[in-house]
Every structure is written in C-alpha cells, then in structure tokens.
Design a protein. Sequence first.
Length: 116
Amino acid sequence: MSDPIVAQTNQELAAQQAQPVPTGDEQLQAEQHTAWGAYDFERCIVIFSRLMELHPDDPTYKEKLVTSYFNRGKQYEDQGDERRATQLYYSALALDPHFTPAQEAAEQFLSKVGES
C-alpha cells in the first residue's frame, strides 16, 4: 500500500493473526499441486506463467509451463480440437524449441493436414 498509515495498520493486523496469511506467491505454490493433480492444465498454465514472472531464474516453472501447454494440447487433441491443440503445442515450443513431445505432436498434425 502506498499510504503509510494503511500499510502500517495492515502490517500490525497481519502480525496479530494466529496463522500467517499466505502471500500470493505462497498461494500459487500451494495451488499448483491441486491443479496438477486435477489435470487442470489450463489453470496450471496460468499458475506457472505467474510463478515464472515471480521467479524468473527458477527453471522448474518454465519446465512445468511447457509440460502444461503440451498436456492441455493433448487434451484438446483427444477432444478433436486439433487447431487448439496445435496452438498449445506451438506455445510449448515457443518456450522450449527442443521439447520433443510437442515437436512430434505438431509434426504429426502437419502430416495429417498434408494428407488431406
């Protein structure tokens, strides 16, 4: 908060809590497991994108984001939405051009299109 009185009041109230109030970062850290376990890869994409912003030097979040793009792409492919699946594979490859599963999935889609 930019107002020093409000900031001090909030700090004092937070200190009086029996349990610490989690920060946004802590909430994202906790929520990532729930989203991953539920195969909610759209939510994972949002979470890992934000965690990458907060922790740009941590390669773990980039890896998880790439994998989330790929997994959500596979879900779309299984639902028959190959256009959306390809967009997500491309998003994975934009972050990691050497992510083999996304390369193979995108190539497979392109070969299907070429056969049509």
